[in-house]
Design a protein around this ligand. Sequence first.
Ligand SMILES: [Zn+2]
Ligand SMILES: [Zn+2]
Length: 282
Amino acid sequence: MQVISANILSDIFNVIRNYIYNMSAPEVYSIIIIVAAAVIFIILEKLFPYTKGQKVLREGFFDDFAFYTIAQSYILSILIFSVIISFVDNTTGLSRYRLFADVPIWIQLVFFTVTHDIYIYFMHRWQHHNKWLWRIHEAHHSNKSIDWLAGSRSHALEILINQTVEFLPIVLLGSPPEVIAYKGIISAVWGMYIHSNINVKTGWLQKIINGPEMHRWHHSTGKGRNRNFATKFAIWDWLFGTAFLPENKPEEFGLKTYFPAHYISQTLFAFRSFKKVKSKDN
Ligand SMILES: [Zn+2]
Ligand SMILES: [Zn+2]
């Protein structure tokens, strides 16, 4: 028995070691930056809490961290890049034209960040108004405590759609590989920031750059839930009339309806019958 478990452990160790050895430098930097950002957010949440008394190891922490952030992200990244994007690229051959190969990296990052953010704003609005799309978005609203990690809770299908839309153009336009890594850092760190339990007051900047001031309202159970759809740039909410930023703070976060407590059942819950839900609500 001990020999078998020692073998399994050494296999796991070898898989992790090979994975790290095969990473490119930008991929290694992105992991270091994302981990460092998480540590900084945890410290700032302790120093300047938005909701006082919220614990780091809150309800759902393990599922959000181990299943959504590590396991689901890893499996989906293989599916998105090695299966879907590579299929589209092999079929169309678009990346061979290398249209963006010589565009400065910072211009590419600004371009892809802004264009994807406009897409996410309208997609997110649609998800709140369409009963099928809400099914793959409600997991994201199910946390009762909102912090740096809470945003990682997103249904696998939601991530599959949104990250394919995010990274497919980067690959097809022939951008250098580091653009993918840097875009990944921007999305991960900004995502942690807008959910973080930090009492940020950015004044007029909140009309342009999105942050916890507005996005935490989006996770509330009250009126703010169907407002503040923006992810990175709050300007879309102010432009399109969906901004909500009162003086007070939300009293409660999460869903008012039942939602399972753990990853597998949360993922399967999206496929439940609509009829059953109706009878339950009534
Ligand atoms: Zn939402
Ligand atoms: Zn969110």
